[in-house]
Structures are given as structure tokens and as C-alpha cells.
Design a protein around this ligand. Structure first.
Ligand SMILES: Cc1cc2nc3c(=O)[nH]c(=O)nc-3n(C[C@H](O)[C@H](O)[C@H](O)COP(=O)(O)OP(=O)(O)OC[C@H]3O[C@@H](n4cnc5c(N)ncnc54)[C@H](O)[C@@H]3O)c2cc1C
Length: 393
């Protein structure tokens, strides 16, 4: 593939935020190079099996951000009639099969002739001059290519690009949020896994943990009905207490969490809750809290809780502060009914760098503020806002 190499918008990461950035910039006539290190698009949603998309609707089930979000929902619905709105507690979500999500965004990117997609590609060098990124060298299809970007968007989820420029431009956190492993399985009686009937099952699991039949991580296991018939999603929460320096290497943790999954599956099979032939599909270990960038503004926990507005509002968020503490488990702090906070564009602009932006999970925010802003709907809206901003700039 010959890459357009001058005056392009380079987007790093083809997860939710990166896709939205690329689409928004492309729709404004910009040439975009979308770089993804893996072989597939969709990031955490497709690879970690997220099926309930939050941060899209308000309490009356209307979208909180306009623009591409609306088109996105329409495309997901058109592709798969099982895509639907669902209320979980007091929150509306969009339920979608992660595979459908992956197919829809892949087709959408393909339709946009302004986007050049570089899958399985890595950035090998970033050159800055006068506080701007002037060259990016990437390894694509076995060849090194140099592109000269007009603007760069770090949508890697873990500030991978910004760390390459200057690792002092990321926020260091001593305690990381717990990671999660999600797997889906087909069961004979889905009702037994659905609330409130699943309370009996959860008690049985906790009792097995107390008797050391199951590992401690199964104490906080969570079940949810899936998208397909008789499908159940299982979510395991895992402490993510490794040092910041090791953040890109999760292999030891991955190994540990797969052992936990296997013991739970064996337990469910032995309890006849799973058919012997039941297929298990396991996602990748999902990191909720990677590195966040230092932006021109840092969205605070108080901004989120006080539903703050900003004159340079990029988009809106309304998901509760859903923080997964490694020891204490999940806590949820809700915003008042039908309220939202705004994310300023400055929280998506990397400080001291003229043409470097960020979107999605690695926005500039305090940990508890990110615990709200990291959901799919908000990441999509941030990505879109940055795509618009770089096109105007
Ligand atoms: C366990 C778990 C459960 C969750 N549950 C929900 C839920 O129920 N509802 C909800 O709305 N949200 C949920 N989320 C949050 C949500 O899925 C993510 O926060 C959101 O998808 C983040 O989008 P993103 O685009 O910022 O990052 P990602 O989706 O992580 O995308 C980043 C992309 O960048 C790529 N990348 C990384 N480094 C590089 C590099 N150096 N070069 C090129 N590419 C790179 C990655 O491969 C990836 O494709 C959950 C998250 C986790 C981890």
C-alpha cells in the first residue's frame, strides 16, 4: 500500500475513539491514516467482549451526543436486529453483539475513501520539532514508512504515542483500577443466570470461595444475559496492581486469570449449569485504566459530580463514576437524573505539544473522572470531537 504521506491526520488506535476520530476527520475531507497494532478493529469492545454500551442515552433514552453517534446506532441496528436499548438499573445502554460491532465499524471505515487503514502496524519513531510532531515512522506490511502529519490523535487507550514522545506527559497513578476478563457461554437455562434468580447461584459460588473450592476472584463474579439465545456473559474482576513500567506486558496476569476462568467453568459444568458441549468464548483481559495524558486541562472528579459545563465543550458524558477498586470491588456514584457533564476540548489536547491530541480512555482526567468518561458512548463522542477539531485546525 502506498501511504499518502503529507499533511495527513494520523490516528493511533482503531478502538472506539480512534474510529470516531478517523470518521469525523474523513467526513470533513481530511486524509487520515489510521494505525492499529492488532489485526482487527474495535479495541476493547470487540476484543474484551463488551456488549452493553454505556454513555449513549440519557434517563429518557435520548442520545446525549448528536452527530455520528446517531448514525452509529442506526448502522448497528440495521446490521443486526438483536441490537437494542436496554435499561440496567436506572441506566439505559445499547446492547450489541461485539462481533456485529466489529463488522459494522470495519465496513464503515472501508466505505470512507479518505481513510487509509494500517492494521498490524507499529510506530517505530516520532520526530518532534518546535513542540510539534513533524514525522512519524511506522512499520507497515513489513516496510518502514515515514509520514508527515498535520495533526496526530492518540486513541491507543494507553497513551502509547504520547509516551513515545515524552513519558512525562502522562499521569502516573499508584493504584490502578481492576482489570476485567469477560467470557460468554451458552447455557441451558438462562433464567438461572439473570437477576434476581441468579442470587442463589451467586450465593453458591461465594460459599465455594469460602471453602476454597473456587479462587477468591470468583467472589465478585458477575453474570449478564447476552445478545444471542441462551447466551450469558460472565465478568471476572482482577486486581491490576503491576507497576506502571510493566503496563504493556500483561502475560503473567493473563495466565492467572485464565486459570480462574477454568476453575469457574469446571464448577459450573459440575453443577450441571453448563452443558458439556457448551462453547466458551473468552475475550482479552480488559484494562480499564491505562495511562492518561496530561492535557491542557485535567477533567476532575468534582467536574463530573457537579455536572460542570465548559465554554470549549467537546462532548457530554453522563455515566456514573464506575470505579473498579482492586481490593474493594466496584463502586457506582450516579449523576442526578437527566444531567450530564461536559468534557472540554482542552482535556483532549496534549499540553505543550501543538498538534497532538488524545481521545477515549486516555483523556486527561483524574482517575475517578475517567471512571465515568471511559465508557463507549463517551469515548465515541470524544473521538468525534477531536476528529472535528483537527480538521478545523
Ligand atoms: C473489562 C471492561 C469492561 C467494560 N465494560 C464496559 C461496558 O459494559 N460498557 C461500556 O460502555 N464500556 C465498558 N468498558 C469501557 C470501554 O470498553 C472502553 O473504555 C472503551 O472501549 C475504550 O475505547 P478507546 O478507543 O479509548 O480504547 P480501546 O478500545 O482500548 O482502543 C485502543 C486501540 O488502540 C490500539 N493500540 C494500542 N496501542 C497501540 C499502538 N502503539 N499502535 C497502534 N495501535 C495501538 C489497541 O489495539 C486498540 O485497538 C469496559 C472496559 C473494560 C476493560
Amino acid at each position: 500500500m502506498n501511504l499518502v504521506d503529507n499533511d495527513v491526520i494520523v490516528v493511533v488506535g482503531a478502538g472506539t475513539a480512534g474510529i470516531a476520530s478517523a470518521l469525523a476527520a474523513s467526513r470533513r475531507g481530511e486524509k487520515v491514516i489510521l494505525i492499529e497494532k492488532s489485526a482487527s478493529l474495535g479495541g476493547a469492545v470487540t476484543r474484551s467482549l463488551i456488549h452493553t454500551l454505556g454513555g449513549i442515552f440519557d434517563s429518557d433514552c435520548n442520545t446525549i451526543n448528536e452527530g455520528l453517534t446517531v448514525e452509529f446506532i442506526e448502522r448497528l441496528r440495521k446490521a443486526d436486529s438483536s441490537t437494542c436499548k436496554r435499561k440496567i438499573g436506572r441506566l439505559w445502554t445499547l446492547v450489541v453483539d461485539p462481533e456485529t460491532y466489529g463488522n459494522v465499524i470495519t465496513d464503515w471505515v472501508r466505505e470512507e475513501s479518505n481513510i487509509q487503514l494500517c492494521k498490524e502496524s507499529t510506530i517505530t519513531h516520532v520526530e518532534t520539532r518546535n513542540n510539534s510532531v513533524v514525522e512519524i515512522e511506522l512499520l507497515h506490511e513489513g516496510m518502514k514508512t515515514t509520514v508527515r502529519p498535520k495533526a496526530v490523535v492518540d486513541a491507543s487507550g494507553n497513551a502509547a504515542l504520547v509516551r513515545m514522545i515524552n513519558d512525562e506527559l502522562v499521569i502516573l497513578e499508584s493504584r490502578r483500577a481492576a482489570a476485567g476478563l469477560i467470557f460468554s457461554m451458552v447455557v441451558s437455562d438462562r433464567q438461572r443466570f439473570s437477576f434476581p434468580q441468579n442470587v442463589a447461584l451467586l450465593r453458591t459460588i461465594r460459599s465455594a470461595v469460602q471453602q476454597s473450592i473456587l479462587p477468591i476472584e470468583c467472589w465478585s463474579v458477575w453474570f449478564d444475559t447476552g445478545v444471542k439465545q441462551n447466551e450469558v456473559y460472565v465478568k471476572l474482576s482482577v486486581p491490576y496492581a503491576i507497576d506502571q513500567g510493566e503496563a504493556d506486558d500483561d502475560s503473567a496476569l493473563n495466565e492467572k486469570v485464565h486459570v480462574i476462568r477454568d476453575s469457574l467453568v469446571t464448577f459450573l459444568r459440575n453443577s450441571s449449569l453448563l452443558l458439556p458441549e457448551s462453547k466458551i468464548v473468552t475475550g482479552e483481559l480488559g484494562v480499564r485504566d491505562g495511562f492518561r495524558i496530561m492535557g491542557e486541562y485535567c477533567l476532575t472528579e468534582a467536574d463530573v459530580k457537579n455536572c460542570r459545563s465548559f465554554s470549549d465543550s467537546a462532548c457530554r458524558g453522563n455515566w456514573p463514576l464506575e470505579f473498579w477498586d482492586s481490593e474493594r470491588g466496584v463502586s457506582l456514584e450516579y449523576l442526578p437524573t437527566n444531567s450530564h457533564y461536559e468534557i472540554p476540548l482542552r482535556a483532549l489536547k496534549v499540553c505543550t505539544l501543538n498538534n497532538v491530541w488524545a481521545a477515549g480512555m486516555c483523556l486527561s482526567a483524574e482517575q475517578k473522572a475517567q471512571a465515568s468518561a471511559r465508557v463507549v458512548g463517551t469515548c465515541w463522542a470524544m473521538g468525534e470531537a477531536v476528529g472535528r477539531a483537527v480538521s478545523n485546525g
